[in-house]
Design a protein around this ligand. Structure first.
Ligand SMILES: Cc1ncc(C[n+]2csc(CCOP(=O)(O)OP(=O)(O)O)c2C)c(N)n1
Ligand SMILES: [Mg+2]
Length: 346
């Protein structure tokens, strides 16, 4: 008699997360509004020719960027966070001041790279955020290395990285996940499945369009969540982080979402993206969703939400002014921070 086939795609159910308090939910709202307002302002500055390069928006993915960073410990001794280009909110939540984001986009001295790099290639030891390189999936093995260091030192810290659906078709993704599973490191992998990699729809770059299944193939517990629901992302992330801190190895979270614009501001997405899908996903806008949940399920008053929006408007205004007033780094600094000093005692 033949053995019945096993269901190898079974996904472990996440433990039911406790309902977060109204205060925590409002805090998530603040970060999401700040993320959206910062991006909208940056995009306007780009259109006015005030930002060099292009602008890569994460509009529609704020629930992921904020929800994944919010449960982490911040600071130099906190958790490692290596966010993807859609995750401006992650940088803000993990501690990077808004004005330094604008300074980065403008190439000013106050940017974390002192004007050497643009976009979200932002980092600093004080936040335990490594400065990312553009190459898709390259931050995954680095994150695994950081997680391995925490494990070897007996620290209960977690290393987190996020990446797009396109990155899951690259070798570093597979090697990184495999070794993370084998070494049982405290790493959380957050896949942002926005259905596009530049102009390539997901169906043309992978046969496994449910990305969490790739992680299951390496023996990593993996789940999928609604990436437009910040409360769902926050719960899944809180649970994954607790699992890692308890020494139970890596976790993988796939956030299903949609890219609400072109790859970057210079990309004419109207020529290849179905407009009806954009309209459908704009009804699922993560900010509208959270506002609705706050008003209807938690009966939070509109004045409170308006107060948060006003505070954010002022903060963004001040941040742009400060970045505008900032100077450019002296050209003589160009070679600094490029090479590490040799350790002569080694
Ligand atoms: C190894 C590598 N190949 C190509 C590129 C150029 N590139 C930058 S982003 C991108 C698409 C990324 O798609 P995805 O991983 O789905 O992330 P998304 O932009 O959708 O957030 C490409 C092809 C790159 N940065 N690295
Ligand atoms: Mg993508």
């Amino acid at each position: 008699m033949s053995t019945p086939a096993r269901n190898i795609s079974a996904v472990p159910e996440p433990a039911p997360a406790p309902r977060i308090s109204d205060e925590e939910a409002l805090n998530l709202y603040y970060w999401m509004v700040l993320t959206r307002a910062t991006e909208e302002r940056a995009l306007n500055l780009y259109r006015q020719g005030k930002l060099p390069g292009s602008y890569y928006t994460g509009r529609g993915q704020e629930a992921i960027s904020v929800g994944m960073a919010a449960p982490l410990r911040r600071g130099a001794d906190g958790d490692w966070l290596s966010p993807w280009i859609r995750d401006l909110g992650s940088y803000l939540v993990h501690g990077v001041p808004v004005w330094r984001m604008f300074a980065q986009f403008m190439g000013k001295a106050g940017s974390t790279t002192r004007g050497k790099d643009g976009n979200l290639h932002i980092g600093g030891y004080e936040w335990n955020i490594p400065c990312q390189v553009s190459h898709m999936a390259d931050m995954i093995p680095l994150t695994v290395g950081a997680a391995l260091a925490y494990k070897q030192r007996g620290e209960d810290r977690v290393a987190v990285t996020s990446f797009g659906d396109g990155a899951t078709s690259r070798g570093d993704f597979h090697e990184g996940l495999n070794i993370a599973a084998v070494l049982e490191v405290p790493a959380v992998f957050v896949a942002e499945n926005n259905r596009w990699a530049y102009t390539t729809p997901i169906s043309k770059q992978t046969k496994v369009t449910d990305l969490y299944k790739k992680a299951l193939g390496y023996g990593i517990p993996a789940i999928e969540v609604d990436g437009n629901d910040v409360l769902a992302v926050y719960s899944a992330m809180s649970e994954a982080v607790a699992h890692c801190r308890a020494g139970r190895g890596p976790r993988f979270i796939e956030c299903k979402t949609y890219r609400m614009a072109g790859h970057a501001a210079h990309d004419k997405y109207e020529s290849y993206m179905p407009m009806e899908l954009l309209a459908e996903w704009s009804d699922k806008d993560p900010l509208k969703r959270l506002e609705q949940a706050l008003r209807e399920e938690r009966t939070i008053d509109e004045a409170k939400l308006e107060g948060i929006r006003t505070k954010v408007k002022d903060e963004v205004h001040e941040a742009v002014e400060r970045a505008d007033d900032d100077g450019f780094a002296d050209p003589s600094e160009a070679h600094l921070g490029v090479f590490a000093e040799a350790d002569t005692d080694a």
